[in-house]
Design a protein around this ligand. Structure first.
Ligand SMILES: [Zn+2]
Length: 412
């Protein structure tokens, strides 16, 4: 058997197996007792509900993972990659349009498999636990907008990459790296004003106690903030959140309306302080730098592997092309991507602890951060006792219980 094929199939299977194992262990790891720290925000009934939600979510994720993996195996073993290529070549469109159609159709197949799961998750799973507020109309328009954006932006980027691999020979990976970096930075820059408003309404937070407290905190920590916005998160879910968008002078914070309804002023200040902590401790800069570096390495490796005949033989291809090489490389990259994501999650969890500590320190009120976290997990029915394997694989944030315990040490 072809060595590339063995690596690809084995790593796809391993990645699926790890996910399933994490869900099985996770279900067993649920604890029927409310952890002592959370007794004031969870009554027995809500806690039992959170356990049912965790169990249902894990079952769902196993099913969705399995469907995705089965599709990929079917495409590979069924020779679909070659069949599609041979068929598209009869159109005689030329390298780049053929490549766009090839990758576009494969993405569409993957989308078609995931769509029923998205529908089920929104309208059955999240609905059953009282989270869903998405109307069918919002769901449909979201998907249409997403498809159009992906086609325009993703298609544009892909056309550029295929062009460079076609025309610039040995240095193609450098050109692609530059293009992808410029693309990411540009997107981050325009996201708050051009892209996010396509999906949500952002209203400046009205004058009042909350606004004054947030502005005062930003001033005290000398943090430049170009705006404080309220986002209509309640349009899709009752779950609360907050995030920063843009960078430099255009940095703004968006607070979900659901968060504002749920939390009092000192808690929301703590949430802002946590986000400011990410910026002040250099997490955002570091993440950006690592991301750019990683993109360079990926394109370099891609340029080495994407033309190897063995890789094309693994997929039973009759013809070689940059576009198919690109798809195959992405599959070959699965094990590396798995390892990198585990490492990235590990660093991210460390950053979360640092941002929590920063918030506790600069607000002088660790209690507010603690109660913000507890309220958030209660209203989102977060799993308080995830299995260590799940945390290791998927958690970009530490389990909330660990965060609360770490913060408790800061309470004087
Ligand atoms: Zn954070």
């Amino acid at each position: 058997m072809n060595a590339f094929l063995v690596v690809i199939l084995a790593s796809l299977a391993l990645s699926w197996l790890l996910g399933v194992l994490s869900n099985i262990l996770g279900s067993r790891h649920l604890s029927p007792e409310v952890p002592a720290e959370f007794i004031d925000v969870y009554d027995a009934e809500t806690y039992a509900k959170s356990q049912r939600y965790a169990r249902a979510s894990m079952r769902f994720s196993t099913l969705a993972d399995t469907a995705g993996t089965v599709l990929t195996f079917a495409l590979i073993l069924g020779g679909v990659f070659n069949w599609l290529d041979v068929w598209l070549r009869t159109m005689e469109w030329g390298q780049i349009p053929t490549g766009l159609a090839y990758i576009g159709l494969l993405s569409l197949a993957s989308y078609a498999v995931s769509l029923p799961f998205e529908i089920y998750q929104t309208f059955v799973l999240e609905n059953r636990f009282g989270f869903n507020t998405t109307t069918v109309k919002t769901f449909v328009t979201d998907r249409i907008k997403g498809l159009v954006l992906n086609t325009l932006l993703g298609g544009g980027l892909l056309a550029g990459i295929l062009y460079f691999f076609d025309k610039t020979g040995q240095s193609a990976w450098l050109w692609c790296w530059g293009l992808a970096t410029a693309f990411t930075l540009g997107l981050t820059y325009v996201a708050p004003t051009w892209i996010l408003p396509l999906f949500n309404k952002f209203t400046p937070l009205e004058e009042g106690e909350l606004r004054t407290a947030l502005v005062e905190y930003a001033r005290k920590t000398q943090f430049e903030l170009s705006g404080i916005f309220v986002m209509d998160g309640s349009k899709r879910s009752t779950k609360g959140n907050a995030f920063f968008t843009g960078f430099g002078k255009r940095r703004r914070i968006a607070l979900f309306d659901t968060l504002i309804d749920d939390q009092d002023t000192s808690e929301i200040v703590a949430v802002l302080a946590h986000e400011v902590g990410h910026a002040k401790r250099g997490h955002i800069r570091k993440r950006l730098a690592v991301g750019i570096l990683k993109t360079g390495v990926v394109f370099y490796l891609m340029s080495i592997f994407m033309h190897s005949p063995g890789l094309f033989a693994a997929f039973g291809m009759e013809n070689m092309s940059n576009y198919a090489g690109l798809v195959f490389f992405v599959l070959l990259y699965t094990p590396v991507s798995l390892v990198l994501s585990v490492l990235a999650n590990r660093v991210s969890r460390k950053h979360e602890f640092e941002a929590d500590a920063y918030a506790a320190e600069t607000t002088g009120d660790p209690g507010a951060m603690i109660s913000a976290l507890k309220k958030l997990s209660a209203s989102n029915l977060s799993n308080l006792t995830p299995h260590p394997l799940t945390v290791w694989l998927d958690y970009g944030h530490p389990p909330v219980l660990e965060r609360v315990r770490a913060l408790s040490k800061q309470v004087k």
